[in-house]
Design a protein around this ligand. Structure first.
Ligand SMILES: [Zn+2]
Ligand SMILES: [Zn+2]
Length: 124
């Protein structure tokens, strides 16, 4: 039986369950992710859509640039997902959404040209 990973927004109105091992776990240092999360860096757990089930309230989407959709809970404001038309079969879930985020560890940095100088995710 495959491992199931549960997650939710802060208020719990939107819940999700991801099944199995993610395709990748990536730390993104771009400005848009920083703005959307309010955090210095966004860490995404990437799953094929077929392995993720959403439950509860509707996940609202904000189109932050052409074909890029950022999912959030309209009740509590939690940032939850990133979906891009360039990878239509994938859903990128913010690490902090998961009930046990310690299960996941990023293996890759993205957009490091915009990285804040004091942020150290994968370094020593
Ligand atoms: Zn919520
Ligand atoms: Zn980003």
């Amino acid at each position: 039986m495959k491992t199931k990973h549960q997650g939710s927004c802060l208020c719990g109105n939107i819940r999700l369950e991801a099944t199995g091992t993610p395709s990748s776990i990536v730390a993104c240092h771009c400005k848009d992710c920083r703005k959307h999360t309010g955090a210095p860096v966004a860490v995404f757990v990437d799953y094929p859509k077929s392995q993720v089930r959403f439950m509860g309230e509707h996940l609202d989407q904000y189109e932050s640039s052409d074909g890029v959709y950022r999912g959030f809970c309209k009740t509590c404001g939690s940032t939850m997902t990133y979906q891009g038309e360039n990878l239509p079969d994938m859903v990128h879930i913010h690490l902090g959404v998961f009930d046990h985020p310690d299960t996941f560890k990023p293996t890759e940095d993205e957009n490091t040209q915009s990285k804040l100088p004091w942020v150290c995710i994968l370094g020593p």
